[in-house]
Design a binder for this molecule. Sequence first.
Ligand SMILES: [Zn+2]
Ligand SMILES: [Zn+2]
Length: 455
Amino acid sequence: MPKGAITKVAVLKAIAEYDALGRSEFLAKYRFNEARSYLLMHKGREYDSKAIAGVAHKWDHGRALLPEEFSGGKDHAAAWLKRAGFEVKAVKNPDWARDEIILACDLVMANGWRGLAVNDPRVNELSGLLQLMPIHAEADRNEKFRNLNGVARKTFDISTRHPDYQGKPTNGGALDIQVLHEFLARPAEMTEVAQLIRQGINVGDLQALPLDDGEDPDDYSAPEGRLLMSRHKRRERNKGLRKKKIAAVLKQGGTLTCEACGFHFERVYGDRGSGYIECHHVVPLHQAGEGRTKLSDLALICANCHRMIHRRAPWPTPGELRITVEFRRASSLNDPDSITQQQSSITLPADPVLLFDEDGRMFILHDSALAEDLIESEDEFREGYDGYGRPVRAQGDPGHVTLELVATEAQDSELRAHVQLYYSVFATRHPTRIPPQETDLAAFIRAVAEDWVEE
Ligand SMILES: [Zn+2]
Ligand SMILES: [Zn+2]
């Protein structure tokens, strides 16, 4: 008989022996240690699950298993006992997942980066929310799972990791620190993420997600957490939407070509690839919320590029990824002609473009392809920067003006100085008159573009 094939009768016999000898003598006799992860529950009493499972083998297999012959975890002892019809509970609750830490960190930030007392109503509310989250299976939780004490303690663990905290950190792991720093770097974005997770749990939308269904291990590190990521992917896989998008592109005379690398499935795979392309939802997770997906939110993208986009945040847009792909292609080619040809396409500015006139007024171009329609002459603007902060200039005859990159290096401080000037001098009707605070330049530019008020 294979290891682990134990019957209910044999387990009951092991339990009887355990009761007769007492815990320490039973463990000593068979050389087992006290259970660290799972306990067997029987008639209201707790038993060391690994020792019981090992000893049960004595009746089913002729000899008890030695402790080193198997593990006590959910793949061995705990699973065998469950299969024999017994209740097994986790001694230790699972580590906090990113989604959970995001919610806790959001509370700590709202509390001025101080931990929350166990009787704080917000701790109570978060505890309830965490218990509803579908991330950890019921079987891996015990009765203390995310209770008031545990949640309050976590908020202190996080608060003691704040760079301004004087003193020794209490506890907590690398993931706490990572999420904390994401909050410090992108507070508005992370607060939105936390709100979306809360909302999704409260309306029941996120509970129903099949989390284990073909999931990409990279999802575990998605900055927005697993739940929003799963919902996002489910939207992208919506067959009806994909069909509509493909039909719309074909109707406009387009082809099913990857917007980032130009890959075309049918051209490479023949019939087998005909009509195939994936859809990427370009609205960042923290902004996507509940609303309906518009066709314009979807980009056609090949499977490789799609995976690369999702791999690390912030996600590049298909256009940004295209710049990377083209740049790398160009630098890997030795043929001088094709380098020139490729490089001409990397001089395209990335959206959005911020333009400044002679006096420092700011204008936003969300789609640089529209420059021709929007810019009347090449001297209309004095300075311009693309979505990566690289300087751009307008070129061409009136009515045919296009934008071109002047250099490939971002001009961070010059750009920020222009924006600052615009806010302090011209943004008189703007509610804050303070520029966005993002430290990441591309995020800063996006925020400025969204914040802009037309005068
Ligand atoms: Zn591609
Ligand atoms: Zn996607």
